[in-house]
Design a protein around this ligand. Structure first.
Ligand code: EPZ
Length: 421
């Protein structure tokens, strides 16, 4: 059983090349189904969630080949098939295959999606949208059965700007007949990237980057290659961690800086001097984080995925802080493990009161979801002694190699093989 051992680290100095984005590449992989042919995706992160998405596509007779960070997807022999829960349950993004399969075959049968246990994560907004597109939706045992004789463009106002529901509707609408108008759509960078990819396949989309998207079904789409953007959450993980440790950390591979503008602003509020450079960011930190009140929100607000990384940094700050989560019910799950390390954080509803000037004590902790696991790595670097993190499979779902990356910046972190679970 592999674990991650993190030791108290005195500084972060060095350069980390930020991997390709998980949350853009997964919808793009689903989108390849909309055309018959070969697509090459570069800067594809070599992570567990991508491997599972490949497995799901292979179930649909799609050929996938990963070579380094280049993923080749060949949909020429794609065939519709039911996707069992044993596969769909491994990944939240498996639900995006519903929109793509409907666009390609007007029919889809699949198990419910899985994903990190950070909240209830229903799919009602996805299904409501499909119902408006004249899709007949039913549940047979544990399988969602969706079919449409005529996938029809529609007008749909999302009650909440769900990232996944917007992506699913975009995928279906690109293959539907007529015009679809999505109001109240999500505006996260992942949506912009998916729109751009669909446009490169021949789709007509207006309003990209706004909350009103107009998609005109054009009939045949053609395969297209995709050069993946950097992972703004991975970049944010390292940038925020730097606020708790002195040093000069350079993050490279960062293209469109606006995708992580709020994280950069938060890092500045924490006291980091952030210099934007041609290919990235230079973060200069005194190691003394500034306390404050922070709140997650939909883009362009501070991303929910980074709250678990921000919390351990705030423990080292020069005073008490408060953070509030507004998207997921269980996002503050990291507090339980941090309190075992001596944090003394109090949670009331969706708000955590974080005392400042705390020196955590390393101990054995367990990753329970992807970003909580990343937050534990940050906590381990700031804690006295050693922190041994188990269940690191959660971290590997989204971080190509967090140990390699942080070692490049001088962190004392390593894998440890143990017999115990
Ligand atoms: C995406 O999840 C990301 N995942 C998440 O990142 C990210 O935290 C989240 O967007 C918010 O930015 C991927 O892109 C694979 P939502 P998604 O639908 O699409 C509620 C990570 O660590 N909701 O915008 O699942 C839902 O319960 C992951 O990389 C409904 O009520 O997020 C939540 O409270 C974790 N009904 C809120 O909306 C629905 O039908 C936001 O969910 C759908 C969602």
């Amino acid at each position: 059983m592999r674990k991650i051992c993190v030791k108290e680290t005195s500084a972060l100095n060095g350069e980390i090349r930020v991997q390709g984005s998980k949350n853009t590449v997964l919808p793009v992989m689903a989108a390849t189904l909309l055309a018959s042919g070969v697509s090459v995706i570069t800067n594809c992160p070599d992570i567990e969630d991508v491997h599972v998405m490949c497995e799901l596509l292979r179930h649909l007779h799609v050929k996938t080949k990963m070579s380094g960070n280049v993923l080749t997807v060949d949909t020429r022999q794609a065939e519709n098939a039911p996707l069992p829960y044993s596969l769909t349950g491994k990944l939240r993004s498996s639900i995006l295959l519903l929109g793509a399969m409907l666009a390609r075959w007007q029919r889809a049968e699949l198990g419910m999606p899985g994903g990190c246990a950070i909240g209830l994560r229903p799919i009602d907004l996805h299904l409501e949208g499909f119902l408006r597109m004249h899709v007949d939706v039913s549940l047979r045992q544990d399988m969602l059965v969706c079919r449409s004789f005529y996938l029809q463009g529609c007008e749909y106002h999302l009650r909440f700007p769900s990232v996944g529901a917007t992506e699913n509707m975009l995928l279906a609408a690109a293959g539907a007949k007529g015009r679809t108008v999505l109001r109240g759509a999500a505006v996260e960078p992942e949506i912009v990237e998916l729109c751009r990819y669909l446009v490169s396949m021949g789709a007509l989309i207006e309003g990209i980057g706004t909350d009103v998207l107009v998609i005109k079904g054009t009939g045949e789409l053609t395969p297209s290659d995709y050069s993946n953007v950097y992972d703004r959450i991975v970049a944010g993980t390292y940038l925020l961690t730097a606020a708790g440790l002195p040093g000069k950390l350079k993050l490279t591979g960062i293209g469109e800086m606006s995708y992580m503008e709020n994280t950069i602003q938060t890092a500045s509020r924490l006291g980091i001097s952030v210099k934007k450079q041609q290919d990235g960011i230079l973060a200069i930190s005194s190691g003394q984080a500034r306390a404050g009140c922070f709140e997650s929100g939909i883009h362009p607000a501070f991303p929910t995925d980074l709250l678990p990384v921000l919390i351990p940094v705030l423990l080292t700050a020069d005073g008490a802080s408060r953070v509030r989560e507004t998207i997921f019910e269980n996002r503050l799950g990291i507090v339980q493990e941090l309190n075992r390390m001596g944090a003394g954080i109090r949670v009331s509803g969706q708000t955590a009161g974080i005392p400042g000037g705390i020196k955590l004590t390393g101990c054995r902790v367990r990753a329970t979801d992807l970003r909580q696991g990343a937050g534990l790595v940050t906590a381990g670097l700031l804690a006295e002694g050693s922190t041994l993190i188990s269940d690191i499979g959660y971290i590997e779902r989204g971080y190509e190699d967090i140990v390699r990356d942080l070692q490049a910046a001088g962190a004392v972190i390593m894998y440890e093989e143990t017999d115990e679970s």
